[in-house]
Design a protein around this ligand. Structure first.
Ligand SMILES: NC(=O)c1ccc[n+]([C@@H]2O[C@H](COP(=O)([O-])OP(=O)(O)OC[C@H]3O[C@@H](n4cnc5c(N)ncnc54)[C@H](O)[C@@H]3O)[C@@H](O)[C@H]2O)c1
Length: 374
């Protein structure tokens, strides 16, 4: 069955703020839900970039003045600017009464996430954070089977997990002024790249409890790390390892979880479909293969999948995904990886708060290597 799209006035009106590389994924996501939403404005500090973006995506209006656009009370602002501007721009939207879909990482530090939470509570306007890997059909199925495992059904308890983000970013990638600097990017692959994968790992396994980590700047002209590694214990007992690298020529993003009754594996790069997952039942539990295969719905991960759930939540008044409180758990793990790596000690969840050096900056009192970035 087909139906004609609603006229624009009946659709959610959204604005894209920051029209660089990732903004296209947001415009594409809205286009994928064209019967429910429309991008009405493109805003960028660079007027020409905003104009070209608007033209490419068929957006009616563009400009550099966010306040003016917010005065029209759009239904949603997609904040797609570099991380150092996320907090002030998101707060500006909230104060104008406009809900925010905020690109990852939501902010530069755990302290900034807490400021976002406070602003959202004060204004009563929600912020959702982009973690699009949570929203593929197979990821949601895996989460359900593991959550059921916590109470003895599903695929049982998860005991072992491996989470690797092995990507390659050559030197020119860091030429952009906001990359590779603690002050404006907030961190290297731990905060900016591996965060997608270990956010999904947290969604699958529940709260983490303790982390021990190492980080190094091995090869790039950055102030931030270009590799980090960690060992984690989860509240439910799972032991996991995690590697975040920008120095890996054969790139891959992988997660493996070994539970009582099955092994779940994901191998992809920037997004997955059903085929990227592999399900291996334990001996005696072969019937679970049918449960897995029967639960797959073919929906790939990505911005469109997350936006669909977000539009449903706007319709029903439920919390917008991924809520700040859940994004905070992920950002707390980021801060803890840096804190453990730079102090040489294990870090417990809940340890990093106001007064802790890694609460306001992911490099704490300074990384253990000299600055290099010009
Ligand atoms: N979810 C994902 O898969 C994914 C992938 C890539 C990047 N990202 C995230 O998206 C964000 C943007 O990354 P990018 O690669 O698109 O950056 P980019 O540098 O390509 O684009 C950023 C744009 O924001 C504009 N801008 C900067 N400050 C602004 C302000 N105050 N007001 C309006 N416009 C402003 C810039 O002029 C530029 O056009 C980052 O947080 C990044 O981590 C997410």
């Amino acid at each position: 069955m087909t139906h004609a799209p609603n006229p624009a006035r009946d659709r959610r009106r959204t604005v894209v703020v920051g029209t660089g590389a990732i903004a296209g994924a947001h415009a594409g996501a809205v286009a994928a839900h064209a019967d429910r939403a429309v991008v009405t404005h493109a805003v960028d500090l660079d007027a020409e970039r905003a104009r070209a973006f608007a033209e490419k995506h068929g957006i009616a209006a563009w400009g550099t003045d966010l306040a003016e656009v917010l005065a029209g009370r759009p239904d949603l602002a997609h904040v797609c600017t570099p991380p150092g501007s996320h907090l002030p721009l998101a707060v500006q939207c909230l104060e104008a009464g406009v809900p925010v879909l905020l690109e990852k990482p939501p902010a530069l530090s755990l302290a900034e996430v807490d400021q976002l939470i406070a602003a959202s509570e004060r204004t009563g306007v929600p912020v959702a954070v982009v973690f699009q890997h949570r929203f593929g059909g197979a990821g949601r199925l895996a989460r359900r089977l593991l959550a059921e495992g916590a109470d003895g059904s599903g695929i049982g308890r998860a005991h072992v997990a491996v989470c690797d983000t092995l990507w390659f970013r050559p030197e020119p990638y860091f030429a952009v002024p906001w990359r590779g600097l603690w002050e404006v990017e907030g961190g290297g692959p731990t905060l900016g790249h591996g965060i997608h994968q270990f956010d999904l790992l947290l969604a699958l396994l529940g709260p983490w409890q303790q982390v021990s980590a190492m980080a190094a700047r091995q090869a790039r002209t950055t102030d931030t790390e270009d590799v980090s590694a960690a060992v984690l214990r989860f509240e439910r007992g799972t032991i996991a390892t995690m590697m975040n690298s920008l120095l890996s020529p054969r790139e891959t993003s992988t997660i493996r979880v070994d539970a009582d009754h099955a092994t779940l594996e994901l191998e992809h790069l920037y997004g997955y479909g059903d085929d990227a997952w592999r399900f291996t039942p334990a001996p005696g539990h072969e019937g679970l293969a049918d449960v897995w295969a029967g639960g797959l719905d073919g929906a790939p991960s990505g911005h469109s999948a997350q936006l669909g759930v977000l539009l449903d939540a706007l319709d029903t008044g439920s919390p917008l995904p991924v809520p700040l409180a859940e994004a905070r758990d992920t950002m707390e793990l980021v801060a803890a990886v840096y804190a453990s790596a730079f102090t040489g000690r294990p870090v417990e969840r809940g340890e990093i708060g106001p007064g802790h050096p890694f609460y306001t900056r992911n490099d704490g009192d300074g990384a253990p290597w000299p600055p290099l970035k010009p």
